[in-house]
Design a protein around this ligand. Structure first.
Ligand SMILES: Nc1nc2c(ncn2[C@@H]2O[C@H](COP(=O)(O)OP(=O)(O)OP(=O)(O)O)[C@@H](O)[C@H]2O)c(=O)[nH]1
Length: 391
């Protein structure tokens, strides 16, 4: 299912929000310590420790939720994860509200005042941490401000009224700023997402263009330019690793007569059929098949010795013959079907050979196969060429 940019961006935002888990955990633990120390003079320690244990429990649950999120989140269940985070955030906020209401002696002005400061500090931090989502900010902001403010307004007399008015104005400022910051944040996430999608698309197009530039238009095999590039690289590798390398070149027999008899379109189809056979046979990692020119094909076989390459060449010749593609104009009158002649050569160990020398040797082997009657394989070692590497 294709998701919209907005949905993908929301998914990214949820990831960012969950990504704050460690910072959130540290903030809560530090705040809990400060609250316990602050109330220690007036509240029994066991009450404070029970409350502290509840904070630790929720922090651990929040971290566990983050782990589960990392494992199971995806763009489709994004809403669910947002609600889970909002639920967890609200519970933490309720825990603070509970502490402020339950622990604060209304007669002690400095405690009432300190609760106001604590709420401002906590809601400011949560606004910064969660500015990516108004929903999550509110899920912390509302449960931490509303119950405490109402309680102090109703129960704490003048100081409670001052407290409520102060928090009301503070909340109004924070929420209006939050809206702006959130819009900017969302826009930047969405732009960032579109930008990375654009880069991905470009990379894909570049890859496709590169692939097209390496392929032969008719058969889909690699083209000669790419073949020459790879042959150079493979020869270098074979020399470095002292590993074998063989080159197979083959050509359709009496193809001029085929074209003259069946026409060029049929000739093209014949070339495509031969390409399909070669592609099926040359299926080892590292094998590279190319249409070298016209009705001539070339195959690089790395890590294979001459015995293996000859077996492979015979397989090609045999498969083409067995395919029995009609060729009424073939001078191989007993068959009257499409056949190929194959030339094989191999790197001579410890002789540094250039690509064009290897190709010439394979071409000569192919020429001999033609001369000796076609529909056969000939091997020619590229002796005498190149220079000795043994000393
Ligand atoms: N249909 C078609 N014909 C092509 C293509 N490329 C080359 N040819 C033809 O292939 C023929 C090759 O002829 P030759 O080089 O004389 O070879 P041949 O007739 O196969 O003879 P031998 O190789 O000696 O058996 C020419 O007639 C080319 O025009 C192609 O892409 N499509």
């Amino acid at each position: 299912m294709q998701l919209s940019v907005a949905e993908q961006s929301n998914h990214e935002i949820t990831g960012l929000l969950y990504g704050q888990s460690n910072r959130v955990a540290i903030s809560h633990l530090l705040t809990a310590v400060i609250i316990i120390v602050w109330y220690a003079k007036i509240i029994p320690l066991e009450h404070l420790l029970i409350w502290g244990a509840a904070v630790v429990f929720f922090v651990a649950a929040r971290l566990a939720l983050h782990r589960v999120f990392k494992r199971y989140n995806n763009s489709e269940n994004n809403r669910l994860w947002m609600h889970a985070l909002a639920g967890m955030t609200s519970l933490m906020a309720c825990l603070y509200s509970f502490a402020f209401i339950y622990f604060t002696p209304l007669s002690e002005q400095q405690y009432v005042f300190s609760v106001g400061m604590a709420i401002i500090a906590l809601s400011a931090v949560s606004t910064l941490l969660y500015s990516a989502s108004v929903y999550i900010v509110l899920s912390f902001f509302i449960p931490i401000t509303v119950p405490t403010t109402l309680y102090f307004l109703l129960a704490a007399g003048d100081i409670g009224t001052i407290f409520a008015v102060m928090l009301f104005f503070y909340s109004a400022i924070v929420l209006s700023l939050l809206k702006k910051v959130n819009e900017i944040f969302k826009k930047s996430v969405s732009l960032n997402f579109q930008y990375s999608q654009e880069i991905e698309k470009r990379k894909l197009i570049e890859k496709q263009l590169q692939d097209i530039s390496r392929r032969d238009g008719l058969t889909g095999l690699f083209n000669r330019r790419y073949f020459d590039e790879v042959l150079d690289v493979e020869i270098g590798r074979a020399h470095r690793n002292h590993s074998p390398l063989c080159l197979v070149m083959f050509d359709i027999d009496y193809f001029k007569e085929y074209n003259d008899y069946y026409g060029h379109v049929a000739g093209d189809n014949c070339i495509i059929s031969i390409a399909e056979i070669v592609e099926q046979l040359a299926n080892r990692k590292g094998d590279l098949c190319a249409r070298y020119r016209g009705e001539e094909f070339a195959i690089i076989l790395p890590n294979i010795d001459i015995t293996g390459a000859l077996a492979f060449a015979n397989k090609i010749q045999q498969h083409v013959q067995d395919k029995r593609l009609p060729h009424k104009a073939s001078k191989l009158t007993t068959l009257q079907s499409v056949t190929v002649s194959v030339g094989v050569t191999n790197l001579v160990p410890f002789k540094k050979v250039k690509a064009k020398e290897l190709i010439r040797a394979a071409d000569e082997a192919l020429y001999i196969a033609k001369r000796e009657g076609r529909n056969r394989v000939h091997h020619k070692e590229n002796n005498g060429l190149g220079h000795d590497l043994s000393n």
